[in-house]
Structure formats: structure tokens, C-alpha cells
Design a protein around this ligand. Sequence first.
Ligand SMILES: CC(C)(COP(=O)(O)OP(=O)(O)OC[C@H]1O[C@@H](n2cnc3c(N)ncnc32)[C@H](O)[C@@H]1OP(=O)(O)O)[C@@H](O)C(=O)NCCC(=O)NCCS
Length: 170
Amino acid sequence: MVAKTPSESLTVLTDLVLPSETNPLNNLFGGELLARMDRAASIAARRHSRRIVVTASVNHVAFNRAIPLGSVVTVEAKVSRSFKSSMEIFIDVWIEDRESGQRNKANEAIYTFVAVDDTGRPVEVPPIKPETELEIQRFEAALRRKQLSLVLAGKMKPSEATELKAIFND
Ligand SMILES: CC(C)(COP(=O)(O)OP(=O)(O)OC[C@H]1O[C@@H](n2cnc3c(N)ncnc32)[C@H](O)[C@@H]1OP(=O)(O)O)[C@@H](O)C(=O)NCCC(=O)NCCS
């Protein structure tokens, strides 16, 4: 299979925060943001694999900043690394200042998607070739995150997570 670049999967979703999507503090409800991120990540995974894709795990979410009612929120998702059938998707969330138009980073998340056939069985996905410095950084750390996710899911023995263990020995 021919390698693709992360930018080929780039997916950008921009939307407002409406009253029905907020918590009692009038900030965006966390579950609503998770759904928006899942949607963007799913499109990115589909663009990379051109297959049916399913969410296998949510590896990391950082709700660093509250997102107030009325904000314009942009969710940007890109495949950061592909393995055999799974893909790590990195998601950056930005809020746009109403007056200046400047974008500020609000949150980020990392999801894992798996490409499957019509019967739900995992299928191979194209390799990925990171280009920018940030894409290379995210690509290099992705294997450790995959191992951590598999260990937490009880699908890998900690003793087999070689790359993950190595960071504790540095
Ligand atoms: C995700 C799913 C296809 C994995 O199927 P499986 O039978 O466990 O298949 P495998 O063990 O061969 O795993 C397939 C790939 O997923 C990866 N994977 C599975 N669970 C994972 C996890 N928790 N974290 C990271 N990667 C995971 C495996 O490492 C493997 O990756 P690779 O092929 O790139 O090496 C299956 O569990 C599934 O269909 N889950 C439901 C998905 C869904 O409905 N999501 C929406 C939830 S509402």
C-alpha cells in the first residue's frame, strides 16, 4: 500500500456552542465536545484508510479550558500514525476570539480507530509518512501510547510493552 501523509486526512469541523449544549456554568458540555471530536476523528480515519472505521478507544482527553456559550469552536483531526489495522488520531480544539479572530487552543485528545470490512473484521490500512516537526513528534510517541492503551484494556502484558517501559528507564 502507498504511504499517505497526515495532511491528507486533515478534517476541520467548525461549529457554534448553542444553549442546549452547555452545562450549568454555560460552558460546553464535555460529552458534546467528545462527540464532535469523535466525528472529526472518524472522518480523518476514513480519509486515511478509505474503509469503514470504528472507534476502538479514547486514549487521552485534556479539557484544559472551558468553552463558553456562543463560542466558535474548531475541531481539527489528523491521523498521527497508522499501524496494521489501527490508526491514532490526534485532535486539536481551538476557540476563535470574536473580535480579533485569533485562535486559541482549548483542548486536545487522542483517539484510536480501527478499519474494518463489511463484517466488522479488522483490515490493513496504508502506512503514514509524517512531514512536519509536530507530525514527526506525534508519530514517534504513538507506539508508546498504543502500548499503554492496550495494557490498560488488558490486551497486552506490561512486560511486552517494550517502548512504553523504556521511557521509565530514561
Ligand atoms: C475495535 C475492534 C474492531 C477491535 O477488534 P479486535 O477483535 O480486538 O481486533 P484485534 O485484536 O485484531 O485489534 C485490531 C487492532 O485494534 C487495536 N486495538 C484494539 N483495542 C485497542 C485499544 N484499546 N487501544 C488501542 N488499540 C487497540 C489492536 O492493537 C489492533 O491494531 P493493529 O491491527 O494496528 O495492530 C473491536 O473491538 C470492535 O469492533 N469494537 C467496537 C467498536 C465500536 O463499536 N466503537 C464504537 C463504540 S460505541
